[in-house]
Design a protein around this ligand. Structure first.
Ligand code: D5M
Ligand code: FE
Ligand code: ZN
Length: 493
């Protein structure tokens, strides 16, 4: 059987990890199992891992469910258009025990002091993790170090961190990319297909191209770590729901108290959808804070930081008991501004009742086994300025860019302060089932290669600053995701 399996693998032009081989050989039909997995991938992966083949059985089981999810892709639906099935299928959340685990965040693990050595180590870690991801991509098999590729006369495949991006007077674009030992210029010819590829500073990319006689790489393609395959939604058995909020900005003059009363009353009402909400993920900017921007004091109705959190704690205490709240900080909150941000200090946590679980920003959560990557989303300020076509009104596009780069905040030294921790916690290492952000005060749901995307609105009206910058918020929308199917809706208040 072993020979037959290995022959099949080599025929399909892929590789099997040794532990994946051993696992498959314990199965009734190893070849069929592997074939099921390969059939679920849009392109043949370079290496098939143990995790892949273990999930192959689930893929078949989930196929039927997936078809129904695909038939109803997540979209913004006004209340009148929320499908009857979404209403009908909801489980009564109060019948269930909460199950929330924080799988990864910085809380209690910060080691960085901001020394030069910290920066070097941080970027080395970022580069190594993302390079390993890129190396497993088919197109980058056998990628060389820059120093070696420089002398090559054939097609080269290199991986580097983007150190500079500029446009020449002839309209060509030049990227400088860097690995641990060398740096090289890469030309994206203006008339070629790669010309439309926008690279941002400090992201890690792979380049396929040729080296010309002046030592310049002429790129044929740019390869991003991306999500290599379309993911199956690993849902719960029961139709339990999670709702998503952020940017409540309690303490601000523009906090929408009447809208909050509405959503709070609805969550406590007999509505079937409300009754199916078991979890509420709150992704930062929960209060307006103090001294976050110049002359903020003129816009505050509560000018004491503890007073702001106390007011929020009372609002959260009024939510129904069945709703477990997971709360992370944002750039207005009372923790260090540099990302990754730790969870709130105990002095703030103690103001809240036991229904609230505190996590860092970002954090990878497991909610009844469904992986949720929650991130406030500050880096969207930098992505919107760096990538033409990105806008504050379309955060879901910026979130897709993050998934393609497999990094939450690639640009260093922009508006997003980043702490050079020993490991880069902003890498999107594990692919989540749901990816949630806030910050831009917009709202929407979508999906990218099987990952459900949520941007969670705000409970603050337009501020004078946003008016000046022409940022039109979409307040008082509540995205709700079914943890069984991944189906998502947005309810407006
Ligand atoms: O951010 C709320 C919104 O305002 C979000 O769309 C970003 C935008 N904003 C806030 N501060 C800035 C700066 N300094 N530059 C550009 N855009 C900004 P919030 O985090 O709630 O203040
Ligand atoms: Fe905000
Ligand atoms: Zn924010």
């Amino acid at each position: 059987m072993r020979e037959e399996l290995l022959a099949f693998v080599s025929n399909r032009g892929t590789l099997l990890q040794p532990d994946a081989i051993e696992f498959l050989l314990t199965q009734r039909d190893p070849v069929e199992r592997l074939e099921a997995f390969l059939g679920s991938c849009p392109e043949t992966p370079f290496v098939v891992t143990l995790d892949d083949v273990m999930r192959a059985g689930e893929i078949a089981r989930n196929a039927a469910a997936q078809i129904s999810t695909r038939a109803a892709p997540p979209t913004i639906l006004a209340e009148a258009f929320i499908p009857a099935s979404f209403r009908r299928l909801g489980e009564k959340a109060e019948d269930r025990e909460p199950d929330v685990r924080i799988l990864r965040d910085i809380t209690g693990h910060s080691t960085c002091e901001g020394t030069l050595a910290d920066f070097t180590r941080y970027f080395r870690h970022r580069f190594q993790v993302l390079r390993n991801m890129l190396r497993s991509r088919h197109d980058l098999a056998g990628a060389q170090e820059i120093a070696k590729a420089r002398r090559s006369t054939r097609e080269v495949r290199i991986i580097g961190i983007v150190a500079d991006v500029r446009t020449t007077k002839n309209g060509h674009r030049i990227l400088e990319i860097e690995d641990e030992a060398d740096r090289i210029a890469v030309l994206l010819p203006s008339e070629s297909a790669v010309a439309s590829e926008i690279a941002v500073l400090d992201e890690v990319v792979g380049i396929v191209g040729t080296v010309n006689d002046r030592g310049l790489v002429i790129a044929q393609s740019i390869i991003r770590p991306d999500l290599p395959t379309v993911k199956t939604f690993h849902g719960t058995r029961h139709h339990v729901r999670a709702a998503f909020m952020s940017d409540i900005h309690v303490g601000s003059r523009t906090f929408l108290e009447d809208k909050w009363s509405k959503v709070s009353a609805w969550l406590g009402s007999a509505d079937e959808i409300a009754g199916s909400i078991r979890y509420l993920v709150v992704s930062g900017d929960v209060v307006d804070g103090i001294g976050v921007y110049p002359r903020q004091d003129e816009e505050l109705v509560i000018d004491d930081i503890y007073g702001q959190y106390e007011a929020l704690a009372r609002m959260v205490a009024d939510l129904p008991d069945r709703v477990s709240v997971i709360m992370l900080p944002g750039n207005h909150d009372a923790v260090r501004p540099a990302e990754p941000q730790p969870a709130f200090p105990t002095s703030i946590q103690n103001l809240f009742d036991s229904n609230v679980i505190f996590a860092g920003n970002p954090s990878l959560l497991s909610v009844e086994g469904v992986r949720i990557l929650a991130y406030h989303g500050r880096s969207m300020d930098d992505l919107v300025s760096a990538i033409p076509g990105m806008s504050y009104a379309r955060p879901l596009e910026a979130m897709k860019a993050m998934l393609r780069m497999r990094h939450l905040a690639p640009i260093y030294g922009g508006k997003t302060p980043i702490a050079p921790e020993a490991e880069d916690h902003l890498i999107i290492d594990e692919i989540p089932d749901i990816f949630a952000t806030g910050h831009v005060h917009a709202a929407g749901v979508d999906q990218y290669r099987g990952v459900v995307l949520v941007n969670s609105s705000t409970w603050q009206a337009q501020t004078p600053y946003q008016k000046m910058r022409n940022i039109e918020p979409m307040p008082a929308r509540l995205p709700i995701v079914d943890l069984a199917s991944g189906q998502a809706i947005v309810r407006e208040f």
